[in-house]
Ligand binder design. Sequence first.
Ligand code: SF4
Length: 366
Amino acid sequence: MLDDIEEKVINNERLTPEDADFLYHHPNPLDLAALADTVRRRKNPDPVVTYNVGRNINYTNICWVKCSFCNFYAAPGDEGGYVLPEQQIFDKIDELIAVGGDFEDGSELLLQGGLNPKLKIEYFEKLFQAIVRRYPQAYLHALSATEILYIAHISQLTIEETLIRLRKAGLQSIPGAGAEILSDRVRDEIAYRKDTTEEWLEVHETAHQLGMNTTATMMYGSLETISERIQHLTHIRDVQDRAMSRGGRFTAFITWSFQPDGTELAESRWKGPKATGMEYLRNAAISRVYLDNIQNIQASYVTQGAKIAQVSLAYGVNDFGSTMMEENVVSAAGTMHLMPLTEIQRLIREAGYEPKRRNTRYELVS
Ligand code: SF4
């Protein structure tokens, strides 16, 4: 069976869910690396690994959804809940500029937060407009599908109306957070108040129809089966097939493992074990070969650490993600691997690739 899959990969033929299942159970990870590298070299032939100089800003941690795998949120009314004042958001943007962020050179602002019942669409319109007024070149990569659905709901708007208004205010593309595993069985178990698979996909499809790019993610290692991981990848691949005739698309796919420390899920139904580095590499490689219509596979050094992220460059990964500067979500579950740009560049170079800076559209910049 491996020979058949190899032949398909070499001939650029699409893999079936059964092929993916075989690869998930195949004992030799080096075979997976070879397959993933074949696809990586076809899709991105230059010996280059890209990165973005950008900043993550979590504008609020207040969230009523209380996902059992999340340690980041504060429930409405809880001590410790915050909404960042506008000036503090500006200060964070100024910190990005002070360390070499340059919006003319494609630096990205990633704004994400909880589902805060007090923040309707007017809050985001005002915030985005204020950022764009002060930093006219700023690229706003902001708000997961989950946030957009909730903003639409409490503002009594459709998804399309919400996206059109947010885009008019300055939103340019949408990050892929909130996907976890796109299976309603798993979503009901780990985050039953959250959006459904269909709703999450609908936000991305609507954005693509409006000409906006988005990214896609997968958080594995909670309560899902291998077949549910493959179902997740198939959903992403199907949406991307339809996006090909539209203006927007998924620009990248990023996978990471459930970070259990201190989470309600780890203290209740999840029995472990914690996903290993090799499992991450397996997921990255299978994503690379199965998602034949997605150009970029991004490393998750924040969750996997520098060394595994570096090794993932041999498992189909061609992008190192963003410098981030700040991370509050997985760090709340005990994981935190931020690093300076020079270290990202060194890791890429020592893996045999040339580090190159890119913008959020994955275009190389100076
Ligand atoms: S993962 Fe997102 S939606 Fe879920 S509790 Fe955390 S902040 Fe809220």
